[in-house]
Design a protein around this ligand. Structure first.
Ligand SMILES: [Zn+2]
Length: 191
């Protein structure tokens, strides 16, 4: 890891207060993790994961996408990199999908995994694109996030571990969940 931890710390300091906004509408409600966090893999061949493919209409076994910091930096814009690889948060009402209504599939901007359908998108009024359900539970994973003195449930892409946003218990029925996502972590594949 060498200097990586120091780098992460510096990034966290640099991100500072702007990174807590996604919880602003959640009050003190606490979302419990929806699934056990997967162990992180370092070294060895990439693990495989079962992901639901909208195109194929079924679960498919795929290799996890593991890339170096440099590779992610080359592939992503600075904002996309900051959000997905450094757990940043875009400013409220700044993301391109906040008000988006076009039908389609929201995919991971890093690896293309199908994450959410426009059918489950709703206007939460928070300033971030919000969904009440992912496309499939297999396509995301959650972790308890205790950063910034809060307990939140982080949502990550299950194939590439991209930070996507957080999930809260104040969403609409039928799930009662609010997946508060960053536009910068998503790519809308229009129908
Ligand atoms: Zn991904």
């Amino acid at each position: 890891m060498r200097g990586f931890n120091v780098f992460v710390f510096m990034m966290a300091v640099a991100l500072g207060t702007g990174s807590t906004g996604c919880s602003s509408e959640a009050g003190s409600s606490r979302a419990e993790p929806l699934s056990e966090a997967s162990p992180s893999h370092s070294g060895g061949p990439p693990a495989t994961v079962s992901i639901f493919s909208v195109e194929k209409g079924e679960l498919v076994m795929v290799k996890k996408v593991v890339k170096s910091e440099e590779e992610w930096r080359d592939q992503l814009t600075p904002l996309q990199y900051n959000v997905t690889r450094k757990k940043g948060t875009e400013l409220a009402f700044s993301g391109k999908y906040n008000f988006a209504k076009e039908p389609g599939i929201y995919q991971c901007v890093c690896c293309g995994t199908d994450l959410f359908t426009s059918d489950t998108k709703y206007d939460s009024g928070t300033g971030w694109p919000s969904f009440w359900e992912p496309i499939a539970p297999e396509n995301i994973r959650t972790e308890s996030d205790r950063a910034y003195g809060m307990v939140r449930t982080e949502v990550l892409c299950n194939r590439c571990d991209a930070h996507l946003g957080h999930v809260f218990n104040d969403g609409p029925q039928p799930t009662g969940l609010r997946y508060c996502m960053n536009s910068a972590a998503l790519n809308l594949k229009k129908e």
